[in-house]
Design a protein around this ligand. Structure first.
Ligand code: SAH
Length: 341
């Protein structure tokens, strides 16, 4: 059976018209799902009994069950959801002054193999569907009884490696007749799949693009991120510049600082050279050491020096506040969970 939440509004209209229903029914269903947030077709009381039965026979409403919930001392919550096929995924809720941000997973497992990330080293299982991505937001909203204001695709998986489903999920989240999360409040983070960066530039979606850069030379970046062997820094930077030209939007570069690896002033200088004149922002992430990982966190002193050097040289840089590390919910700490074994 198909998951009704896998459809964006345009698809749902098409789907219903194809089975002889009126187009406006799609909007009604969309409103039930994403404004009223009902959990069954029976609750969609402005649809005829006949249509409700038809929907029940042909579609499911994917409602996640919370398998586990952990809360950090800083208010961050990590959820483990049962995705109903023997797998489980992690989703993180962060509470900032400006609102609630949810960090969603886009795949079960990840193929990218970044050396510093806990999602690496476990078998890639499959892509999440649009509905399975959207459900992470709905399930968390239901749990906390409050609205999510920002969504970041920074959980498990490479969002641009699941491109079509991620774009569809963004269209569902973004739809004003549904959850109505503004595209400016949605960030997509990529390890640097160059062709997909061009695709995204041409989608006409106002979401923010984050690039996981982490190093300024091919040698170092390849040693940290195997994807750099496929698309090197020159190709990546060209794609970023073209993205800015096409969209007129600022890019956010993520740079995880690892002690004695990429955190000295020479690295900062090279980063300035690479980014000079670009419409961008640098997000410095104190790297989180993973089990058996070769990288450890830079000292606070180095992190601040690094940031100050960038700021003094015309690159806007901020240090990402670390949230949820006590419950393994911080950057790079999420792991794929399998219920089968
Ligand atoms: N696959 C996407 C999104 C997932 S990771 C990407 O690569 O961008 C979200 C961010 O956390 C990325 O910038 C990633 O490089 C970073 N990250 C991964 N492991 C980390 C760790 N151990 N410490 C700090 N940041 C990490």
């Amino acid at each position: 059976m198909k998951n009704i939440k896998d459809f964006d509004l345009a698809d749902l209209q098409e789907e219903l018209v194809a089975v002889g229903e009126k187009k406006f029914r799609a909007e009604q269903i969309f409103k039930w799902l994403y404004v009223d947030k009902v959990m069954s077709f029976d609750e969609m009381t402005n649809l005829s009994l006949d249509l409700r039965n038809k929907l029940k026979e042909n579609y499911t409403i994917c409602n996640y069950k919370i398998l586990k919930k952990q809360e950090s001392s800083d208010g961050t919550k990590k959820y483990l959801f049962d995705v109903l096929d023997g797998n489980a995924i992690e989703t993180v809720l962060m509470q900032y002054h400006h609102g609630k941000t949810i960090c969603v997973s886009s795949q079960i497992g990840c193929k990218m193999g970044c050396k510093f990330c806990a999602s690496t080293g476990i078998k890639f299982e499959r892509n999440l569907t649009p509905g399975e991505i959207v459900e992470q937001i709905l399930a968390v909203e239901q749990d906390i009884g409050d609205k999510i204001s920002n969504v970041v695709f920074m959980g498990i998986g490479e969002p641009l490696d699941n491109y079509d489903n991620v774009i569809k999920a963004i269209r569902i989240l973004n739809n004003q007749k549904g959850l109505n999360i503004g595209a400016r409040h949605i960030s997509v983070s990529t390890s640097g799949l160059v062709p997909r960066i061009y695709d995204l530039a041409n989608e006409n979606i106002q979401c923010t693009l984050s690039i996981s850069l982490h190093a300024t030379t091919d040698e170092k970046r390849s040693s940290m991120m195997p994807v750099n062997n496929r698309y090197n820094i020159t190709e990546l930077m060209k794609a970023c510049k073209d993205y800015i030209k096409i969209t007129n939007k600022r890019i956010s570069f993520e740079y995880a600082l690892a002690k004695d690896n990429n955190d000295n002033l020479n690295d900062a200088k090279q980063l300035v050279n690479l980014l000079k004149g670009m419409l961008c922002h640098v997000n410095l992430i104190p790297i989180n050491k993973i089990e058996n990982g070769q990288y450890s966190k830079s000292t606070n002193e180095n992190i601040i020096k690094f940031r100050d050097y960038l700021n003094d040289n015309g690159i806007v840089a901020t240090i990402r506040r670390e949230l949820g590390s006590d419950i393994d919910a911080a950057c790079g700490q999420l792991r794929r969970k399998n219920l089968k074994n």
